[in-house]
Design a protein around this ligand. Structure first.
Ligand code: 0L1
Ligand code: MG
Length: 255
């Protein structure tokens, strides 16, 4: 087994068993191309167990998070059917290590999308847009990682919830977004935090998909990135996101 296969296996086992592991590259020396190859092989193990690929998630789409990580580009991860939680459903906390939740928007495509496209060209490929919540869960101890660590760990992807689909011609430039726990506001943000405009995050998804040689097919879901910081999940709470003009999405956390 190569080192890349070995790390991919360990990351998948950490996710599957919900047990944290040591960082694989604390000094950030691993080339990012190798980190993405580890991600691809790790997710391939999930697919071999019967999960389906359903799209991608964009990470580090806010300026604040890029500065915090010392990077100047987005990262991305793969979404599978096993990560999707129904709107209004219940999350089984035992499947996670130290999960957090963050408020996002999701797109679903009506046509394939790939390459260097403008936000307007990206919009032409969109079937619908929705309020969405991403559950991130680093497989590393204490949620600590280098850039290569987190890319290899599928950009901390672990769950996502998509709300009601809406007309993509809605003006998405600066929508108020409020994430609450049990009706108490936790995070207030704007869709403008997503690379300045959510359609720029979608255009970035098209670019990374081309770079990976994996064009996004019609039907793919793109989680466009977080509008605010993530918050730790606690047993028994109800999480809700309300996005101006788009509506609400939410889920319960099992006790
Ligand atoms: O933006 C994100 O979805 C987060 C990407 C991974 C980094 C993290 O776990 O905070
Ligand atoms: Mg996210």
């Amino acid at each position: 087994m190569t080192r890349i296969d070995d790390i991919a296996t360990r990351l998948d086992e950490a996710a599957f068993s919900a047990r944290a592991m040591a960082q694989i590259d604390p000094d950030g020396k691993l080339p990012l191309a190798d980190a993405y190859e580890i991600q691809r092989r790790s997710v391939a193990r999930r697919l071999a167990r019967g999960e389906r690929p359903v799209g991608i998630k964009m990470g580090f789409t806010s300026r604040a998070k890029m500065i915090q990580m010392g990077v100047d580009d987005v990262i991305w991860g793969r979404l599978t059917s096993g990560m999707q939680v129904d709107d209004g459903g219940t999350l089984d906390l035992s499947r996670f290590i130290h999960p957090r939740v963050e408020p996002e928007l999701a797109f679903v495509l009506k046509r394939p999308l790939s390459g260097h496209v403008s936000p307007a060209q990206a919009l032409a490929a969109v079937e619908a847009v929705a309020p969405a919540l991403e559950i991130i869960d680093s497989r590393y101890q204490d949620f600590k990682f280098s850039l290569s660590d987190v890319i290899a760990d599928n950009a901390s992807s672990s769950g996502f919830v998509v709300g009601p689909w809406a007309d993509p011609r809605t003006d998405l430039a600066n929508l108020g977004m409020v994430m609450s726990f049990d009706g108490v506001d936790q995070e207030l943000g704007s869709s403008a935090a997503l690379l300045g405009h959510p359609l720029r995050a979608l255009a970035a998804a098209a670019r990374v998909a081309e770079e990976a040689g994996e064009p996004l097919p019609a039907g793919a879901i793109v989680m466009a990135g977080a509008a605010t910081s993530a918050q730790w999940l606690r047993p028994g709470i109800h999480v809700q996101l309300e996005v101006e003009r788009l509506g609400r999405v939410g889920f319960h956390v099992g006790a």
